[in-house]
Design a protein around this ligand. Structure first.
Ligand SMILES: NC(=O)C1=CN([C@@H]2O[C@H](COP(=O)(O)OP(=O)(O)OC[C@H]3O[C@@H](n4cnc5c(N)ncnc54)[C@H](OP(=O)(O)O)[C@@H]3O)[C@@H](O)[C@H]2O)C=CC1
Ligand SMILES: CC(C)=CCC[C@@H](C)[C@H]1CC[C@H]2C3=C(CC[C@]12C)[C@@]1(C)CCC(=O)[C@@H](C)[C@@H]1CC3
Length: 355
């Protein structure tokens, strides 16, 4: 049986480009596309089969923002496969983005212009909404649903004598300043995207602590700035077309302008070929494209110094261990040295504080 790979958000952008690259590399793969929209999923499957007619590609309906959908999809995946070698947690959203042009012009003439272009730091805000579970949508999509998926697929990921990889599509937009322990869903802020990506970096560290001994290795990547549905939602397309020559020029100064989904998928693909035991749990793997168009992957330390290192150790406990909990309320109970985050009295996160 070939390796089993599940990719969330596989029907477009970086996820779809990754699937193309994986199938070109290994024709024996059993590739499962985790998508919320079946029509878009079928179109993606069709496109993959046109270039790889013999490939084994299946679809699982999965809305990562919905607890019910994740639980149902995980059950179906456990039924279909007896192993999972790679779990790509790639689906992500940045709803209703707004560019702060004042900060942009200020940044242009500061010494941090390149940093601003490669991280988007301080330039973007978003308006979040609620899911039907009553959770903040960005948190539920980019982080919580994926966490539930990992937990629910544990029996396929943790197999004696075998190793598996969990790979998060994070971002260099992940910022410590956007993440607040008292508000992990980012209910009260305007940078839920940045907050959710920072939390995914922390969560990946925690997953490594918890699962490495069972052969499961978690990594985070940043694909760079890639032109996809997500980025086309930030500026009107005519503006992107206008500034495109500038973006190609900027590649000479920052290799983070990968621009094409194929390039953005570089680090995701690179990780596929690594021995997971050799990976650095404290690294974020960046897809980079040089001015001459060469792709490569570079590990950079996840920014965890100069402030408290937070380790999210997420676990599943029985409902009776927790008392009252209202639907959609991820509440935090302080229990030194842990913060316990609960959801429907069932899932909770232990956030250990270290100095
Ligand atoms: N583009 C960029 O510059 C960067 C992107 N990223 C990250 O890369 C990842 C992929 O994004 P990208 O390819 O750019 O953008 P796309 O919008 O092209 O892809 C996002 C994918 O996620 C899927 N998705 C969104 N919400 C859900 C959900 N609730 N359940 C299941 N699938 C969902 C989308 O499905 P549907 O088609 O149905 O909407 C789509 O397939 C994201 O995590 C993003 O944050 C990180 C850094 C930079
Ligand atoms: C209006 C003009 C002339 C320029 C505006 C440029 C910004 C819209 C653009 C500059 C850096 C970009 C960037 C991202 C979004 C668009 C920018 C802010 C991201 C935040 C997109 C999502 C990610 O995850 C990051 C890695 C990107 C970092 C750079």
């Amino acid at each position: 049986m070939g390796k089993v790979v599940l990719v969330t958000g596989a029907n477009s952008g970086i996820g779809l480009a990754l699937c193309e690259r994986l199938l070109s590399h290994d024709a024996q793969l059993q590739l499962c596309l985790g998508c919320r929209n079946m029509q878009r999923a079928e179109a993606a499957k069709h496109a993959l089969l046109v270039s790889h007619p013999k490939a084994q590609v299946s679809i699982i309906q999965l809305d990562v923002s919905s607890v019910h959908s994740v639980l149902r999809a995980a059950q179906e995946i456990r039924h279909r496969y007896n192993r999972l070698d790679y779990l790509y947690l790639n689906a992500g959203i940045m709803p209703n983005p707004h560019v702060d042009y004042k900060a942009f012009y200020k940044g242009l003439f500061s010494g941090r212009a390149i940093h601003m272009f490669s991280t988007g730091e301080g330039l973007l805000t978003q308006k979040d909404t609620l899911t039907s579970d009553g959770l903040q949508k960005v948190f539920a999509t980019n982080l919580f649903g994926h966490f539930l998926l990992v937990r629910e697929l544990e029996p396929l990921l943790c197999r004696p004598g075998c190793s598996s990889q969990v790979i998060w599509t994070s971002s260099s937009n992940a910022q410590r300043s956007a993440f607040c322990l008292d508000d992990i869903q980012h209910k009260g802020g305007v940078e839920p995207y940045s907050s959710s990506k920072y939390a995914s970096d922390l969560l990946s560290l925690a997953l490594n602590r918890r699962y490495n001994s069972q052969g499961v290795y978690s990594s985070v990547i940043c694909p760079g700035l890639v032109m996809t549905n997500l980025t086309y939602g930030i500026l009107p397309s005519f503006l992107w077309t206008l500034i495109m020559p500038l973006m190609w020029l900027l590649r000479m100064f920052t290799n983070t302008f990968t621009l094409m989904p194929y390039n953005g998928a570089e680090a995701l693909f690179w990780l596929f070929m690594q021995k997971p035991e050799t990976l650095d749990p404290l690294a974020k793997y960046h897809s980079l494209t040089s001015g001459l168009g060469n792709n490569y992957t570079q590990p950079r330390k996840v920014s965890t110094d100069n402030y408290v290192i937070l380790t999210l150790c997420l676990q599943k406990i029985s409902p009776d261990l927790l008392n009252s909990s209202s639907q959609g309320d991820i509440s935090l109970l302080f229990d030194e040295p842990y913060l316990i985050c609960k959801y429907e009295g069932y899932f909770y996160a232990q956030i250990k504080l270290e100095s």
